[in-house]
Design a binder for this molecule. Structure first.
Ligand code: SF4
Ligand code: SF4
Length: 466
C-alpha cells in the first residue's frame, strides 16, 4: 500500500479508512500507478491544478485518490468523485512525468468502475443519450443538425442567435449550439471509397503539371479514418486531407464499413461498446483475408489517439489481440504521413500570421508535435508565431466541454489570452474538438480569430483553395 505524501482536502472529509475497496482496478493498472514517486513535476503541466491550486485537482493527488479507492484507504465520497470528474484526461501529466506513469489508464479504468457503481443524474443520462445515440452515428447527427443547417442557409440562424433565443437553453445545450460551425453542407456526402494517388480529377486539375508525374505511382496505401463527428462537422477538412494525401502519392481507401473510433464511449466509462467498435474498425481496415493498408490515417487527434490504443483496449481478447497490435502500429496522424511522403510543390503563398495549438491527444497521447509545425513552416508566405502554453489543454477534451462547461470555458479563456498575445489572426490545431471549442469561445468574447486545421493551410498552399 502506498502512503500519502501530501495533504489532500478530500481526506479530511473522507470517513476513516475502510478495509473494503471502493473500486476494483485492473491489477496491472493499479501496479503501474504505484510507480508514481510523488515528485510533483507533473503539477505545472496540469490544467486543472494550475487553475484551482488544489492538490486534489492535480495528477499526483488524483493518483493517490484512485489508488486509495482501490486499496481501501479512501471512500468514494461526492468530493472525491468531483475532483476525479474534473480531470480532462488530457495526459499533459504523462508528458511531464519522469517515472513514466501511464495516468490515463488509471483514470479511464476508474471512470469505468464509477459508471458501474453510480447512477448518473437525469441531466447526465440525457447527455450520455446524446453522446451514445446521436454523436457517434453520422446519419443521426446529420439529421439532428439538418434544421440548424437549413436555418443557416437562409440566414435565419444568425438572426435567432443575435436575438438571444438560444440563451434560454440549459448550459450544456447552449454550449453545443455555440460550437456549431457557422456554415457547412446540408447533408455531407461520404468520402469516395478509393482515391488514387494523383488520380483524382480535382487533384490533376489543380496540381502543377510539372509535379503530376511524381504522384501517379502510389508510394503507400492508406486507409482514411473519417470519424463520426468528424465526417459530419469536418467534412471539408477530411476531403482536403484525402486530396493532399493523394497529391503526395498515397492511394487512399476510405473503408465504407468504418465506425466511430470508440473514444466517446471509452472516455465515458463504456468500455464494452468501445471494444466492439474497435473490432469493427479492425475488420474494416485490416480484413483477415483482404488487402491490407500500410497506414490508417486520421486527421482528428482524439480519434487517432484512440485508434493507436486498440492494442491496449483489446489486449485480453483472444481473437483480436494480435490484429489490434498490428492495427495500432499502423495508425498515423495525417501530419506524420504528409511529412513522410513530402508535400508537392506549393504554388500559392499564404500571407497570414499563424500560431499553433497542440491538441492534447496529438501532443501528449500520440507524441506528435514536430510534423505539423514542420509542414506549416514550409508554407510560402506563412509567418509562424510560437504560442505560450501551446500544449496546455484548451478545455475541449472530447465531451468534457459539455459535461464540465465551467472549467472548459476557463481553459478556453486562458488559451485565447495566450493566442491574443501572439497577435496571430489564425490558430491551427489538429483536432476538431479543439477547433470548435476555441472558435466558439473566441466568438463569445468577440476576439477576431480563425481556428483551422493545418490541413486547410496546406491545401491552400498546394491547391490555392480558399
Ligand atoms: S490528465 Fe490532464 S487534467 Fe488530468 S491530471 Fe493529468 S494533466 Fe491534469
Ligand atoms: S510527475 Fe509522475 S511520479 Fe511525479 S508526481 Fe507526477 S505522476 Fe507522480
Amino acid at each position: 500500500m502506498s502512503t500519502a505524501p501530501v495533504a489532500l482536502d478530500v481526506l479530511k472529509n473522507s470517513p476513516s479508512a475502510s478495509s473494503k475497496p471502493a473500486i476494483e482496478l485492473d491489477p496491472r493498472t493499479y501496479r503501474r500507478g504505484l510507480s508514481c514517486v510523488h515528485c510533483g513535476l507533473c503539477l505545472p503541466a496540469c490544467p486543472t491544478y494550475t487553475q484551482t491550486g488544489n492538490e486534489a485537482d492535480s495528477p499526483r493527488g488524483r493518483i493517490q485518490m484512485m489508488l486509495g479507492l482501490a486499496d481501501g484507504r479512501i471512500e468514494l465520497t461526492d468530493s472525491v468523485k468531483k475532483h476525479l470528474d474534473l480531470c480532462l484526461d488530457c495526459r499533459g501529466c504523462e508528458t511531464a512525468c519522469p517515472s513514466s506513469v501511464v495516468y490515463h489508464e488509471l483514470i479511464e479504468d476508474t471512470r469505468a468502475k464509477f459508471a458501474q457503481l453510480t447512477k448518473p443524474t437525469a441531466q447526465g443520462r440525457f447527455m450520455q443519450w446524446i453522446f451514445f445515440h446521436i454523436f457517434v452515428h453520422p446519419t443521426r447527427l446529420k439529421l439532428a443538425l439538418l434544421p440548424a443547417r437549413l436555418m443557416q442557409k437562409i440566414g435565419l440562424y444568425a438572426l435567432l442567435r443575435k436575438a438571444g433565443l438560444f440563451n434560454i437553453l440549459p448550459m450544456q445545450l447552449r454550449k453545443m449550439e455555440q460550437m456549431l460551425p457557422s456554415s457547412g453542407p446540408l447533408w455531407p456526402k461520404r468520402l469516395p471509397e478509393h482515391s488514387r494517388a494523383g488520380g483524382m480529377d480535382t487533384v490533376l486539375k489543380m496540381l502543377n503539371p510539372a509535379t503530376r508525374a511524381d504522384v501517379t505511382k502510389p508510394k503507400v496505401t492508406v486507409g482514411f479514418f473519417a470519424g463520426c463527428i468528424g465526417s459530419v462537422m469536418f467534412d471539408k477538412v477530411n476531403r482536403q486531407a484525402v486530396e493532399l494525401l493523394a497529391a503526395c502519392g498515397a492511394d487512399v481507401y476510405a473503408a465504407p464499413m468504418q465506425k466511430c473510433c470508440g473514444a466517446i464511449h471509452h472516455h465515458n466509462g463504456a468500455h464494452h461498446p468501445a471494444e466492439e467498435l474497435a473490432k469493427r474498425n479492425i475488420d474494416a481496415f485490416l480484413p483477415k483475408d483482404g488487402p491490407q493498408v500500410d497506414y490508417i490515417v486520421s486527421n482528428i487527434a482524439g480519434c487517432g489517439a484512440m485508434l493507436k490504443e486498440y492494442d491496449f483496449l483489446l489486449r485480453d481478447d483472444k481473437e483480436y489481440a494480435d490484429r489490434a497490435k498490428e492495427f495500432s502500429k499502423r495508425v498515423r496522424d495525417v501530419s506524420e504521413v504528409l511529412a513522410q511522403l513530402g508535400l508537392p510543390k506549393m504554388n500559392h503563398t499564404v500571407n497570414e500570421t499563424i500560431t499553433y495549438h497542440d491538441a492534447c491527444h496529438l501532443a501528449h497521447a500520440q507524441k506528435v508535435t514536430e510534423a505539423p509545425r514542420k509542414l506549416l513552416a514550409s508554407v510560402p508566405g506563412l509567418k509562424m508565431i510560437p504560442l505560450p502554453e501551446s500544449d496546455i489543454c484548451c478545455g475541449a477534451a472530447g465531451t468534457y466541454n459539455l459535461t464540465q462547461p465551467v472549467m472548459a470555458t476557463e481553459l478556453a479563456e486562458r488559451k485565447l489570452k495566450n493566442i491574443a498575445a501572439t497577435h496571430a489572426s489564425i490558430c491551427a490545431t489538429g483536432n476538431v474538438g479543439c477547433q470548435m471549442h476555441i472558435q466558439s469561445q473566441a466568438h463569445a468574447r468577440h476576439q477576431e480569430l480563425k481556428v483551422v486545421h493545418p490541413v486547410e493551410i496546406l491545401h491552400r498552399a498546394v491547391f490555392g483553395s480558399k
